[in-house]
Design a protein around this ligand. Structure first.
Ligand code: NAD
Ligand code: TYD
Length: 361
């Protein structure tokens, strides 16, 4: 196992990270996949139960803001590549605790960049290198760095950054730093900026899993403001497939936008979800929609996000595999069939689940 090539995936116990880890563990059986995660409220190792004993998988509990720890694991495991997803990711939490976002999203990213830079500059690869994993620091980012759109237009890779929330500002800061390491130190970096994800294992304080859970339990479904904000939704498995495409074929130094060309006003999305839930729960048509409750708007709420993913499609041949209606139905089914996962998350039990098994070294 020691001589195997290896990929470090950070934030692999979270929503998107767990899909990426599963995909890479299954698709790259000869490559060691290390999952580094602090297990914050958003990290849940139950997300990875199906692959936790795979021979090419190892979990490392740790905090990316801890410089000594990060340098130590890079020296020990000599990762060949990094896919960096670990982040504080919820806009609402960034409004109440911005410093957590600055620490993890900016300082944590710089710690990883420095550790990779030191490791890779001390171990140059020769020209005859035939390894299947190329050296790459792949930074996973969001479309929110581009700010907000009016009723028309799309974010392209050339759209100037204009973040509005502490979350998007901290992700923009990390993107700039990753790019600066490419320009200054020739670090082999790639960045992708993706639109809103939905799917299984999504922490139920974000819109879609929150709404599914509340509808199921006959609780109010909170819609911020008038529900007119627009998001461009992508199935999380399609984001993971885009990440694999960019990881293997993306051009070093480039940025790729990822999106499903799938814009929905929040209120229309919630009505669609209510209709699906009425059918799945054998409720009368219109019953779930009675739970919709308009609440105070989020401060600085971006009006509309919409991604132009033409570059990714034309240059690397990626496109989403399913429609929103299909993905949403699959997602609802997953939540209805995984009551225990949902119960553990909503009760907080998941935080104790693996306690003691993975202490930070
Ligand atoms: P998430 O909040 O579900 O997961 C984040 C993970 O990072 C958790 O497992 C958490 O424990 C871990 N983590 C947090 N702080 C850490 C630290 N200091 N050290 C180590 N691990 C830490 O987030 P997500 O929705 O899966 O997003 C993953 C990445 O994708 C983020 O970088 C986010 O900005 C980006 N992204 C998310 C979306 C989306 O719709 N969710 C869209 C585009 C991009
Ligand atoms: P969210 O899932 O928090 O993602 P983001 O803010 O990163 O886009 O929210 C998606 C949209 O749904 C956003 O416009 C805010 C809105 N929203 C609600 O209307 N009600 C809610 O309870 C939540 C969590 C979000």
């Amino acid at each position: 196992m020691q001589n195997k090539q290896s990929i470090l995936i950070t934030g692999g116990a979270g929503f998107i990270g767990s899909h990426v880890v599963r995909r890479f563990v299954n698709n790259f059986p000869n490559i060691m996949i290390y999952n580094l995660d602090k297990l914050t409220y958003a990290g849940n190792l139950e997300n990875l139960k199906d692959i936790e004993h795979a021979a090419n998988y190892k979990f490392i509990k740790g905090d990316i803001t801890d410089t000594t720890f990060i340098n130590k694991i890079f020296a020990e495991y000599k990762f060949d590549a990094v896919i960096h997803l670990a982040a504080e990711s919820h806009v609402d939490r960034s409004i109440t605790s911005p410093m957590d976002f600055v620490m993890t999203n900016i300082v944590g990213t710089v710690n990883l960049l420095n550790a990779a830079k030191t490791l890779w500059s001390n171990n140059p690869i020769d020209d005859k290198n035939t390894n299947s994993v190329r050296r790459i620091f792949y930074h996973i980012s969001t479309d929110e760095v581009y700010g907000t759109l009016g009723s028309t237009g799309h974010f392209s890779e050339q759209t100037p950054y204009d973040p509005h929330s502490p979350y998007s500002a901290s992700k923009a800061g990390s993107d700039h730093l990753v790019r600066a390491y490419y320009d200054t130190y020739k670090m082999p970096v790639v960045i992708s900026n993706c639109s809103n994800n939905y799917g299984s294992h999504h922490f139920p304080e974000k819109l879609i899993p929150l709404a599914i859970n509340n509808i199921k339990n006959n609780k109010p479904v909170p819609v911020y403001g008038a529900g007119l904000n627009v998001r461009d939704w992508l199935w999380v498995n399609d984001h993971a497939s885009a990440i694999e495409t960019i990881f293997t074929k993306g051009v070093i130094g480039e940025t790729y936008n990822i999106g499903g060309n799938n814009e929905w006003k929040n209120i229309d999305l919630i009505h669609l979800l209510c209709e699906i839930m009425d059918t799945k729960l054998n409720r009368e048509k219109g019953e779930s929609a009675k739970l919709i409750t308009f609440v105070k708007d989020r401060a600085g709420h971006d009006l509309r996000y919409a991604i132009d993913a033409t570059k990714l499609k034309n240059e690397l041949g990626w496109s989403p595999s399913i429609t929103f209606e299909e993905g949403l139905a699959l997602t609802v089914d997953w939540y209805l069939h995984n009551e225990e996962w949902l119960k553990h998350v909503t009760s907080g039990e998941y935080l104790k689940y693996y306690q003691g098994q993975y202490e930070q070294r």
